[in-house]
Design a protein around this ligand. Structure first.
Ligand SMILES: Cc1ncc(COP(=O)(O)O)c(C=O)c1O
Length: 408
């Protein structure tokens, strides 16, 4: 039997409502869902680049000039161009590293890079809340792996002691993996705490900064820059899927290790290189990251207004230190479905709903992703709606007997 997850049984809704919903119209804070306009808070388009006129123009011109085919083949064989190299150089400079390797997709890229940089003598120590792509990379590892509870530096120290005992015997090394910004909670990885352990242990640090790239740090170089430890990150990973609003990814680090990755990252060696529109589009996006700091400033105006309004109205938004804003409510899966439907159908607000088993039973997280395209009026409208739905939830309105009707 097809398992559509716990929401499927509880919510009396058509397919495509919660799972695989279709947002239509131009990417912006106002899109259409089931034909009706919704205020959209679910896209990682942090800087509003997805529909930026200069980005759209660059994408269109590159597609028209080059098509999607060029270059053919993997980078190593026949798929390299000056533009790929230029993008790598500019990315390296932007994240303050010596060198960069482009990846076609973040997911396969980081998985494959993890696979490439460790062998069976090495030990991986990673944060328990790491993204699936990291977990899958760790799964490929033939040696030992230890997990530390999310951001628990004391426990990390214990895991490093265990790891060191092993590498003392095998002659291998230790790879610590965490994220710059965790996409569910909005917490930053405690990079400062991790690098402080270098006084006692030798390890390499890989940071997945998918959500921090472009949003955090003075120049947008990410969570490492924000915490003053960018130079201590050995391997800095980000995808183009968030702030850059595109496809592709990269890993930056010192020349030697990146050179090693160029010859050993299987997802790149055995795959066609990024097509030109994606490369030229990424160069344009990077130019805007560098030359238009007001995009990040605007994002943070919205983030600060939104997060302080939630707090002022008594909402629990966890311990976020980034634009990712999880609104934590208490309720059953059935209540979550009814509440989310009410929010979408009657208040015209679309955000991602996170339920058991991703979060503990009895918790509902409505994840709000602010962008530079949102306005303070959008924030006000949203907070007003949330105050109302929270009251309804507290009053028991969303218990299963009160299933919300669709207003067609
Ligand atoms: C933390 C994190 N790492 C890796 C990825 C995978 O990146 P991509 O979408 O480029 O495959 C994502 C999702 O985009 C992510 O959120």
């Amino acid at each position: 039997m097809l398992d559509r997850g716990p929401l499927g049984k509880h919510a009396n809704v058509e397919e495509g409502y919660f799972m695989f919903p279709k947002l239509e119209g131009e990417i912006s804070p106002r899109m259409k869902f089931r034909g009706k306009e919704v205020l959209t808070w679910s896209l990682n388009n942090y800087l509003g680049l997805a529909n930026h006129p200069e980005v759209r123009k660059a994408d269109a011109e590159a597609s028209s000039e080059w098509g999607l085919a060029y270059p053919m083949g993997a980078r190593m064989m026949s798929g390299n161009t000056n533009y790929h190299v230029e993008l790598e150089n500019q990315l390296a400079e932007f994240v303050q590293k010596e060198s960069t390797i482009l990846l076609n997709f973040g997911y396969q890229g980081i998985m494959s890079a993890i696979d490439a940089i460790v062998d069976r003598r090495d030990v991986i120590v990673y944060d328990a809340e790491s993204h699936a792509s990291i977990v899958d990379g760790v799964r490929l590892h033939m040696g030992k792996r230890f997990v530390f509870p999310h951001n628990n530096i004391e426990n990390l120290e214990k895991q490093l002691e265990r790891a060191q005992k092993i590498t003392d015997e095998t002659g291998g090394g230790i790879l610590v993996i965490t994220e710059g910004v965790f996409g569910m909670s909005g917490n930053m990885g405690d990079l400062k705490g991790i690098v402080a352990l270098r006084k006692k242990f030798q390890f390499r640090l890989l940071v997945d900064d998918a959500h921090g790239f472009g949003t955090m740090g003075k120049t947008g170089a990410g969570a490492g820059e924000e915490q003053g430890v960018q130079g201590e990150i050995d391997l800095y990973f980000s995808t183009f899927a968030k702030s850059m609003a595109s496809i592709g990814a990269f890993i930056a680090g010192n020349k030697d290790i990146i050179e090693y990755l160029r010859y050993n990252t299987r997802s790149q060696i055995f795959a066609k290189s990024l097509p030109m529109p994606l490369v030229l589009g990424a160069l344009k996006r990077l130019e805007l990251l560098k030359t238009q700091p007001q995009l990040k400033e605007k994002l943070w105006v919205i983030v600060n207004a939104l997060q302080s309004a939630y707090k002022a109205n008594g909402f629990n938004i966890g311990t976020t230190k980034s634009p990712v804003t999880p609104v934590v409510l208490n309720g059953t899966v059935g209540e979550a479905a009814n509440l989310a439907m009410d929010l979408r159908e009657n208040f015209g607000i679309f955000c991602s709903v996170v339920i058991y088993p991703v979060v503990p039973r009895g918790s509902i997280i409505l994840r709000i992703i602010p962008t530079a395209d949102h306005t303070l009026a959008d924030v006000e409208e949203t907070i007003n709606a949330f105050v109302k739905i929270k009251k309804k939830l507290d009053d028991g309105y969303y218990k299963e007997q009160n299933l919300v009707e669709f207003s067609e």
